[in-house]
Design a protein around this ligand. Structure first.
Ligand SMILES: [Zn+2]
Ligand SMILES: [Zn+2]
Length: 260
């Protein structure tokens, strides 16, 4: 029996752009037949709902509220709920799984990690890092940055992306041999396409998911048919050209665009 999970979603308690509470989100996914969800609110480098002026521990308590409410509702209705977060470095964003609240309270420096520190420290804490929607381009962004050396895999399909972004990500991930996941980036509850991953075994904790990623086990994607193909011939203007981050996090042209 396969088990369906959401890997990328937001609540209004943790994310300033969130439109649904943790409780509402849990209900939506239960209704849609998911086994579980991972709440990944925007952390303090991104569009967090948490006031950055507050003391660190208080900020962490507030950041966890959306997850905790979803978990409480999930326990009531029979939906497994796990914690993650999404950190923004320089418009390149990373989904982080496996950190505990106690760890976060004890590590206020995590707010300022660069990409390399983030990967190393998250590994040390027995977590993993997935680059979210690596080929997304939006008006608020300047460039696409590929953090190949700073993640354990990529989110190849994201329901908030243009289809072209996912088609490019798939070609990139395949070439680099990356673990690839899918998520909805759902901010609003219902009326949003739901993506996710299908796993062979039911997760008993977020550590089980981290083990799947770190073990480089390929996961089955729950995405619309044809999502990783180009719906029309891709047009790559200057802003859609990818930058590759080298091992020192310096930017260089990627030299290819993964469009064929
Ligand atoms: Zn958002
Ligand atoms: Zn997101």
């Amino acid at each position: 029996m396969p088990f369906l999970y959401e890997t990328h979603m937001h609540t209004c308690q943790g994310s300033a752009c969130g439109k649904a509470t943790g409780r509402e989100q849990a209900r939506v996914y239960k209704e849609a037949g998911y086994t579980g969800i991972i709440i990944t609110d925007h952390f303090f480098g991104g569009n967090t709902a948490v006031n950055r002026e507050l003391p660190w521990e208080e900020r962490i308590d507030l950041f966890w509220k959306g997850y905790e409410e979803a978990k409480e509702e999930g326990d009531r209705i029979g939906l497994d709920v796990f914690f993650g977060l999404e950190q923004n470095i320089h418009y390149d964003e990373y989904l982080i799984y496996g950190l505990t609240k106690e760890y976060m309270k004890a590590h206020p420096e995590m707010e300022h990690w660069n990409r390399r520190q983030q990967l190393e420290e998250v590994h040390r804490a027995c977590g993993c890092v997935i680059q979210a929607h690596p080929f997304r381009m939006r008006n608020y962004m300047d460039r696409i940055r590929l953090g190949l050396h700073f993640c354990d895999g990529i989110e190849v399909a994201n329901a908030g992306n243009e289809q072209m972004d996912d088609a490019r990500a798939w070609r990139y991930g395949r070439e680099k041999g990356l673990v690839m996941t899918a998520g909805s980036d759902n901010h609003c509850g219902g009326n949003w396409p739901l993506y996710g991953v299908v796993l062979e075994k039911r997760l008993t904790s977020i550590a089980d998911y981290v083990n799947i990623i770190m073990g480089k086990h390929s996961v089955q994607l729950h995405i619309p048919e044809g999502r990783l193909e180009f719906a029309e011939p891709p047009v790559i203007d200057e802003r859609h050209k990818a930058l590759m981050l080298d091992e020192s996090e310096q930017e260089a042209p990627a030299e290819k665009e993964w469009i064929d």
